[in-house]
Write a new protein. Structure first.
Length: 485
């Protein structure tokens, strides 16, 4: 029997993934597949809406990708096993069990949609269409860059340390059903990511685009990617472009907590919309995974809670405004480990919709740009770096401001942890900076057999295995399996 390619496998498996709602279940307004023929720019915009919707899958930004970095980065811990996604925390990964192949399948499914959309646009332009597709094309290219950036960090080693290692297949055009693409290197993936981002830049509008990608979301991605590559000057320039625009503004200390009850706030550079009838994962949502067990719903099982290591960072200032989205967990009435960013607030108000679990995913916020600018400026201009850091550090008003003499990378990392908790960053930050990750296993008393208490980037399970299902469909990739799997 002939083998089928990664995309067809992805489409088949996505439908059978636990807790994953297939894109066909949703109303026709946003479900359109980019494989459908388009004739106008309006058609292309509908396709883009469908792509944004598919990025909110439980196997991507809707839940699992956000959980991945905090569960693996030591900022979260588990009280009990078997409640859901605890394999991320325990690193229970193998090609056959716990491969978390939903990442591979869903993201490549979205990439296929992008490729089809771009090819449809190109055909129309070659045929002489007078429609203006620039903005949609720029969004599609930026989205593809984002997807490859996420994939290469899941399956490939860090660029700064092992860029010659295998990354993921670089697929930039639609393939026939029998294509069997092999893995590119991490460096080749990053080259493609930067090409997509730079090609997209002149095509995008600078106006705010709620739920979609604009020029500043593209610049923010350039800041992220360049920082991961150690290209500090480029990262700083891109971050400053976002910081210096009047399109966005930082939340004040007085409105930081309430910002989580608001969709598309002043800091949201790229925010994916979640709606009661489109993308709301309900009992399987981030809201349910992070709030206290039983709070507001018996299906809230207290899947994950903040580690003592994270809480110690917040305890550095009892008046830190970020305590406002924390509440007690099942450890005790005083252990404030439950996170309510994805419930709106500790009263579970949501962000203005009819269900409190339909809370938007804030993929890129302005505060991250200040933290990227601080880190990128640190090697050459500590005064500038401290100025950017203090804009975010001031959310803990009793902490001494950073100065040229006191600022260092650990101070910036701690601030990234406090500010971006449960937003999908911590693990990737520690890996790219070659930091040791220590897990708070003793808090829940859960025995962990498949990883030590502390790891660094040399631990083979820091990246995911290629699933056996993918190897079966594409035998050539077996020789490119990640080491020790």
């Amino acid at each position: 029997m002939k083998k089928i390619n990664i995309f067809l496998v992805g489409i088949l498996l996505i439908g059978f993934s636990s807790c994953n709602k297939d894109f066909l279940d949703f109303p026709p307004t946003n479900q359109t597949n980019a494989e459908t023929s388009i004739e106008t720019a309006a058609d292309a915009k509908v396709m883009m809406a469908g792509l944004m919707r598919n990025m909110t899958s439980s196997s991507y930004y809707g839940r699992d990708f956000i959980m991945y970095a905090d569960a693996k980065g030591g900022d979260l811990t588990v009280y009990s096993r078997g409640r859901g996604l605890d394999g991320l925390y325990s690193f229970d990964h193998s090609p056959t069990v716990g491969s978390y192949s939903g990442f591979w399948n869903q993201i490549y499914f979205c990439i296929r949609q992008v490729n089809n959309l771009l090819e449809n646009i190109e055909k129309l332009q070659v045929a002489g269409s007078l429609e203006n597709f620039d903005n949609v094309k720029g969004q599609a290219l930026t989205a593809r860059a984002m997807m490859y950036f996420d994939l290469v960090r899941l399956y490939g080693k860090t660029y700064l340390h092992e860029k010659s290692a295998f990354g993921v297949p670089n697929i930039t055009k639609t393939l026939d059903a029998y294509a069997q693409s092999l893995r590119a290197t991490v460096e080749e993936n990053y080259t493609q990511i930067l090409k997509d981002l730079t090609d997209a830049t002149p095509l995008l509008a600078k106006a705010k685009a709620n739920g979609f990608i604009n020029y500043y979301a593209n610049a923010a991605m350039l800041a992220r990617v360049n920082l991961n590559m150690g290209k500090n000057s480029e990262a700083l320039t891109a971050a400053q472009e976002v910081i210096n625009t009047t399109a966005y503004s930082l939340y004040s200390n007085s409105n930081w907590v309430s910002s989580w009850t608001t969709a598309f706030g002043s800091e949201s550079i790229f925010e994916l919309g979640i709606y009661p009838s489109e993308g709301d994962l309900g009992n399987s949502s981030l809201s349910m995974y992070l709030r206290r067990k039983g709070h507001g719903n018996s299906n809230a099982l207290g899947f994950f809670m903040a580690s003592d290591y994270f809480l110690d960072r917040l305890k550095a200032d009892p008046n830190d405004v970020r305590w406002g989205v924390m509440s007690n967990d099942e450890i005790s009435s005083s252990h404030m480990g439950a996170s309510y960013k994805y419930s709106g607030d500790v009263a579970i108000k949501g962000d203005g919709k009819t269900t409190p679990t339909a809370v938007n995913i804030k993929v890129i916020r302005l505060s991250e740009m200040y933290l990227i600018a601080a880190e990128a400026a640190l090697p050459t201009d500590k005064t500038l770096a401290a100025g950017y850091l203090n804009k975010i550090r001031s959310r803990a008003p009793n902490l001494a401001p950073a100065t040229e003499a006191t600022i260092n990378i650990d101070m910036i990392l701690e601030e990234r942890s406090r500010e971006l908790f449960t937003e999908g960053h911590r693990y990737f930050d520690l890996l790219r900076l070659n930091k040791t990750i220590t897990f708070n296993d003793e808090l829940g008393g859960v025995p962990i057999a498949n990883r030590p208490k502390s790891i660094d980037r040399t631990f083979y399970k820091t990246i995911l295995p290629i699933s056996q299902a993918e190897i079966n469909a594409n035998p050539g990739i077996k020789a490119q399996q990640n080491p020790e799997y």
